[in-house]
Design a protein around this ligand. Sequence first.
Ligand code: PGA
Length: 254
Amino acid sequence: MSECKRRRMIAGNWKMYKSQAETRAFFEAFLPLVADVTDLDIVVAPPYTSLGVAVDLADGTNVGVSAQNLDWRKEGAFTGEVSAVMLKDAGCQYVIIGHSERRQYFGETDSGVAQKTKAALDAGLTPIVCVGELLQDREQGRTEAVLSQQFIGGPGSLTADEFSRILIAYEPVWAIGTGKVATPEIAAAAHRFLRQCVAEQYSAEHAAAVRILYGGSVKPENIQGLRAQEDLDGALVGGASLDAKSFADIVKCK
Ligand code: PGA
């Protein structure tokens, strides 16, 4: 197994927050704080309207820029949508796909997640594909069934070559924005289960190589415990990524 070779990633998902001026202020404060970080990938995902500012300010730095969603079609009469090709053209390197808020409020399905993931890969973007169970799934003992279903219908439908170019984010829905972080043990168990799904669908090598991030109320105060779990390869951070200092503290946790 090659766990120790996986490069960690800390990604910030800004959701529907920050104007262009606020994005500029964030980068001006954040970049110097993380300028000496070389041992992990740092990613920021602003809203569409701030992508241009973020791409310009992150250019030539150790911070990559991600979008939060995309439309799987290349172009066409789809009012309000943005394609993977357009995101690539705008300077994005990554895109978050299948976030639970998109599943919950915008009706995203596993097959839609699969289509979007393929489109992102075709355009040369690195997809960060989210999966995660609801509180009621966990309470009813259905966590693994839900994760398995989301995996098989979404990223698990890629070819082996495609799969080797994505990241997965495990985000238990009950931990998102609630302040209720999963214990490191709960998160690690889910990550191990997902790795097992990858091994069954693809190979032991794919399972050992895929990077799986944890997301859900990650803060500077709890990153250390999560960091200690060897199956966790980093974090997808919502609220705490909006503040330059707190996001930098998460990035720099040793
Ligand atoms: P949170 O969000 O850190 O605010 O819980 C995480 C996410 O939704 O990606």
